[in-house]
Design a protein. Structure first.
Length: 47
Protein backbone atom coordinates (compact mmCIF):
# COMPACT_ATOMS: atom_id res chain seq x y z
CA UNK A 1 0.00 0.00 0.00
CA UNK A 2 1.09 3.56 -0.68
CA UNK A 3 2.29 5.74 2.14
CA UNK A 4 0.67 9.02 3.13
CA UNK A 5 3.46 11.19 1.73
CA UNK A 6 3.10 9.64 -1.72
CA UNK A 7 -0.67 10.03 -1.68
CA UNK A 8 -0.32 13.65 -0.57
CA UNK A 9 2.08 14.31 -3.46
CA UNK A 10 -0.32 12.75 -5.99
CA UNK A 11 -3.16 14.78 -4.47
CA UNK A 12 -1.21 18.01 -4.97
CA UNK A 13 -0.56 17.08 -8.60
CA UNK A 14 -4.24 16.39 -9.26
CA UNK A 15 -5.26 19.59 -7.45
CA UNK A 16 -2.78 21.62 -9.52
CA UNK A 17 -4.02 20.18 -12.80
CA UNK A 18 -7.63 20.77 -11.76
CA UNK A 19 -6.87 24.40 -10.89
CA UNK A 20 -5.12 25.02 -14.21
CA UNK A 21 -8.02 23.50 -16.17
CA UNK A 22 -10.56 25.59 -14.23
CA UNK A 23 -8.62 28.82 -14.80
CA UNK A 24 -8.15 28.10 -18.50
CA UNK A 25 -11.84 27.28 -18.92
CA UNK A 26 -12.81 30.46 -17.12
CA UNK A 27 -10.55 32.56 -19.36
CA UNK A 28 -12.00 31.00 -22.52
CA UNK A 29 -15.58 31.48 -21.33
CA UNK A 30 -14.82 35.09 -20.42
CA UNK A 31 -13.29 35.60 -23.88
CA UNK A 32 -16.43 34.29 -25.56
CA UNK A 33 -18.61 36.42 -23.27
CA UNK A 34 -16.61 39.54 -24.16
CA UNK A 35 -16.91 38.63 -27.86
CA UNK A 36 -13.16 38.24 -28.09
CA UNK A 37 -13.58 34.92 -29.84
CA UNK A 38 -16.10 33.91 -32.46
CA UNK A 39 -17.32 30.55 -33.67
CA UNK A 40 -18.31 31.96 -37.06
CA UNK A 41 -16.00 31.29 -40.01
CA UNK A 42 -16.98 34.56 -41.71
CA UNK A 43 -15.04 36.72 -39.27
CA UNK A 44 -11.87 34.71 -39.81
CA UNK A 45 -12.18 34.85 -43.60
CA UNK A 46 -12.76 38.62 -43.61
CA UNK A 47 -9.46 39.45 -41.87
Amino acid sequence: MADRAGLKFVGYIFASVTLVVMLTTGMVVKGYADRGYSLEAETIASR
